[in-house]
Design a protein around this ligand. Structure first.
Ligand code: ADP
Length: 203
């Protein structure tokens, strides 16, 4: 008998919206989460074809002598250069999407109740087309800035600068199947996540 299809949910939102927190709450309920940004970093170091493509495009300084990714160098190359950032993303994203397809096969074999794809650039990478539904986590900008300042210990201007690189919340919300308003307590967030988990895993 063929294994039942595992439902998939893409989770995104601006910096500080609470998407990582939401994903941890889903994990606690039994979902499996594929963290796209984490996977991208891993593949940039470990995937030989991707390493070569990055070396060809950005030069030998892209990797340190010990083989680790030279994050500072690459960050500087793409900072304030949208074309370079686009080129880097165009190299990395297909590898991440492929890895997600593999994760989906594994999740099907393991019959996990829900597979989540967490990605800051869910729409920009085309990953939204690989999932059944998209959840956007959102909160007012001032609250998001407060949360990131507290989390990362960086000044508000730096948080605002990072927000400039992301799609505005109105666009995210318009493309979402579900919007989670993360404006209350963590306990309220947990309850909202639980309700959505039940809805998505109902058989
Ligand atoms: P993102 O992954 O979207 O950048 P996080 O999930 O890391 O956001 O949340 C940002 C910070 O705000 C974290 O330190 C998190 O613990 C905190 N946080 C998220 N939601 C709430 C909430 N409802 N109440 C209080 N703190 C929250």
């Amino acid at each position: 008998m063929a294994a039942l299809k595992v439902p998939t949910l893409g989770v995104t939102g601006g910096i500080g919206s609470g998407k990582s927190t939401v994903c941890r709450l889903f994990e606690a309920l039994g979902a499996r989460v594929f963290y796209a940004d984490h996977e991208a970093k891993r593949l940039m170091t470990e995937d030989p074809a991707l390493r070569q493509a990055i070396l060809d495009a950005f030069g030998p300084e892209s990797y340190q002598p010990n083989g680790q990714l030279n994050r500072a160098y690459l960050a500087e190359r793409v900072f304030d250069d949208p074309n370079a950032l686009r080129r880097l993303n165009a190299l990395v994203h297909p590898h991440v999407l492929h890895a997600f397809q593999e994760a989906r096969k594994q999740a099907t074999r393991a019959q996990v109740p829900l597979l989540i794809l967490e990605a800051a650039l869910l729409f920009e990478s085309g990953a939204d087309r690989l999932v059944d539904h998209v959840l956007v986590v959102d909160a007012p900008e001032a609250e998001r800035i407060r949360r990131v300042v507290a989390r990362d210990g960086i000044p508000p201007e730096k948080v605002r600068a990072r927000m400039q690189h992301q799609l505005p919340p109105e666009i995210l919300r318009a493309r979402a199947d579900f919007v989670l308003e993360n404006t209350g307590s963590l306990e309220q967030l947990r309850q909202q996540v639980e309700a959505l988990y039940r809805h998505l895993t109902m058989t």
